[in-house]
Design a protein. Sequence first.
Length: 135
Amino acid sequence: VPVEETENDDVYICPMRECGVASDTEGRCPVCGMHLQKLERPEQDTAQAGTEPASDTSLSGVYTCPMPSHFDVVQYGEGDCPECGMALVPVEETENDSLWVCPMRSCGVAQAEAGDCPVCGMHLKPLEEVHGRDR
């Protein structure tokens, strides 16, 4: 049966679905070497709970400074620009096209230049390749 239908709370899976690795203990995936992540139980459906889901203005979840001179400031989620203090905005609301993100969104890595993810070691990819962003 699907593990979600059981009382088993100690299931760890590889974030790379193609590895197909699941374990009852923490550790690294024997196929790709990434850290196994604890399987979280799904939240109660908000429609059944009678509440509206939170509105998210960012399709990708990546935010940047609205000042073009600060487009090097990128991150997942809201925050303030460390250079000017302005509130970061969804990247879709800007002309910032120089964004690289980890294909594993759970790493939360977004930056202004190519390279490797400091969390999992995967090569960063252009934002539009990972999130299908159209400009």
